[in-house]
Design a protein around this ligand. Structure first.
Ligand SMILES: Cc1cc2nc3c(=O)[nH]c(=O)nc-3n(C[C@H](O)[C@H](O)[C@H](O)COP(=O)(O)O)c2cc1C
Length: 219
């Protein structure tokens, strides 16, 4: 996430980084009061009051989340559920699909996903990508792409051992710069970000060695 943000800033973007852990956002009460009231205001008094104007005015929503239980993190999920008042309480048919109507102040823009997971295959991000794609369509936004880092658990150790992984961070930075300066995300950069760090069998062995030594240390 940090190199991507740094690239966006280099290209002149104004970026605000918010950590879900530092926010006080309570789960949706499912009362639908926010949808029914003209201002789309939630009955709960928490940090969502400051977040909603940011959601409405931002040109790009960048969601950073690890893969947890084949999904986005619970902290991010709670916040996304609370964006319900971006939608109006009426259905319409958009792109031949039943969707909630968007409020006039809901904003357009695009969505980018940044994620990491510990399993080896890139396919482990499929449920997340599908989720973010569906969300983009329902919020009337463009899904611009995903920066995905599979078998990320080994990356800190590789950095420490000075393994040649710099191109991953450079590609993430370039992706940020190009998104802002050219309005596009290059597939070649995304491939570099997700590139295999070591073969599946070697990764499995390395991780199992790590688990075994950790278990030994604590027992
Ligand atoms: C509760 C929990 C659930 C997880 N579920 C998955 C999973 O379903 N698939 C996967 O590949 N990694 C899973 N992981 C591993 C995280 O995705 C991994 O630790 C993270 O991407 C590494 O990023 P970090 O260095 O920011 O923690 C899980 C981790 C935790 C703590």
């Amino acid at each position: 996430m940090n190199p991507f943000i740094s690239g966006m800033k280099d290209a002149g973007a104004e970026v605000e980084l918010l950590y879900t852990k530092s926010l006080n956002v309570k789960p949706c009460l499912t009362c639908s009061a926010c949808m029914m009231n003209p201002e789309g205001a939630c009955v709960q008094d928490d940090d969502m009051k400051e977040l909603m104007p940011k959601f409405k005015s931002a040109d790009i929503w960048v969601f950073g989340t690890p893969v947890y239980s084949d999904a986005i993190s619970s902290g991010l999920k709670i916040i996304l559920e609370r964006t319900l008042p971006i939608l109006a309480p009426f259905l319409e048919i958009r792109d031949g699909h039943s969707r909630y109507r968007l409020r006039s102040d809901s904003g357009k823009g695009e969505i980018v996903l940044v994620s990491s997971c510990s399993l080896w295959e890139k396919e482990n991000f499929k449920p997340l990508e599908q989720h973010i794609c569906a969300l983009s369509e329902n919020f009337g936004k463009k899904y611009s792409g995903s920066l995905l880092r599979p078998h990320a658990s080994i990356l800190p150790g590789m950095i420490e051992n000075k393994a040649p992984v710099d191109n991953i961070f450079e590609a993430a930075k370039n992706t940020g710069t190009e998104l802002i300066s050219k309005g596009e995300i290059l597939e070649t950069n995304l491939e570099t970000i997700s590139r295999p760090l070591l073969p599946l069998e070697a990764y499995t062995q390395t991780m199992n060695d790590y688990f075994n030594s950790t278990i030994k240390q604590i027992s």
